[in-house]
Write a protein that binds this ligand. Structure first.
Ligand code: GLU
Length: 301
């Protein structure tokens, strides 16, 4: 891959593509195409218990029907387990990751709340893991500030030790955790630009920390506003309240375009090719800068 811009869309196969994921896909695709970049499709299927049978096929079919064209083969997290294990071994060799046998209930008893969930109190930091079979692996955090720059939301600074705590990179149920997998994937795919939903904005400092410790380059990040339902909850694949209509790709794309604060397209946009040509020419991520990333959907397709 020689392109200087490599973007990606990385849906988890937990249900049909809904309007919220379409918004993220449109933003990352338009951003890549506006820069003449490559755009990859990765299916984040590492978490098999959460995967919904048939949803990868249906997501792929919907993306095709909407005119998205990815470069190269589709990437599958489930085929990369050995890469994740190599990265975890690397971190353990640097004494930056350690086994943890605490149950959720034990942690709840002593931990305080941080910026995203409980801050693990470090109970197992000194434990050597002897005799344990099914244990989680945690990343050792430090008392230093990590700042993620974001093309939409501005800087996000966290002291990982105080705000997040030593976080899981491998789960006790034997599954590699999202934070570790995504960092390894973006490295393997030479991703230079990550454009995704704002629900992951608080994860970014953890990912930058892992990239630093694994000696990986740091992509540029941009987090697009979340689509929320009338009650203010994030529209998610699991509540398939808002699946998008495959029969009406142009109107769903136009709705996503409007949600992303891009100026209306000149009429008529009669086919997908024209939509995407125009999108690549006119996309401006800056239009999202002044919007509240928590804003709600004015229109849900
Ligand atoms: N697989 C994640 C999701 O569907 C996105 C991962 C990412 O873009 O970093 O929410």
């Amino acid at each position: 891959m020689t392109s200087r811009y490599v973007g990606r869309f990385a849906p988890s196969p937990t249900g049909e593509l809904h309007f919220g994921s379409l918004v993220a896909a449109v933003a990352s695709y338009a951003d890549a195409k506006s820069r003449n970049g490559s755009w990859l499709l990765r299916i984040d299927d590492i978490d098999q218990p959460r995967s919904v049978g048939g949803s990868s096929d249906s997501i792929i079919a919907t993306l095709k029907a909407f005119g998205f064209q990815w470069d190269g083969p589709i990437r599958w997290q489930s085929e990369r387990e050995h890469h994740y294990q190599t990265a975890i071994a690397n971190l353990r060799n640097q004494s930056l990751a350690y086994p943890c046998r605490c149950s959720r209930r034990q942690i709840e008893k002593t931990a305080r709340r941080g910026v995203e969930g409980l801050v693990y109190p470090g109970t197992c930091r000194e434990w050597n893991g002897a005799g344990a079979e099914q244990v989680a692996i945690r990343m050792l955090t430090k008392n230093v500030q990590i700042t993620a720059t974001d093309r939409i939301t501005g800087d996000i600074a966290q002291n990982l030790e105080a705000d997040i705590g030593d976080f899981i990179i491998f789960r006790a149920d034997g599954i590699t955790a999202y934070q570790l997998a995504v960092v390894v994937d973006d490295f393997l795919d030479n991703v230079t630009h990550v454009v995704r939903g704002a629900d992951l904005v608080l994860s970014t400092p953890r990912q930058i920390y892992l990239q630093n410790r694994l000696n990986y380059p740091i992509p540029q990040y941009a987090h697009v506003p979340l689509v929320r339902d009338a009650e203010g909850a994030k529209v998610s694949k699991r509540d398939d309240a808002h699946p998008i209509d495959q029969g009406e790709p142009l109107s769903a794309l136009q709705a996503a375009w409007q949600f992303l604060k891009q100026p209306p397209m000149p009429e008529p946009i009669e086919n997908l090719e024209r939509f995407w040509t125009h999108a690549a020419k006119t996309w401006r991520i800056e239009a999202l800068r002044d919007t509240d990333t928590q804003c709600s959907a004015e229109k849900i397709a």
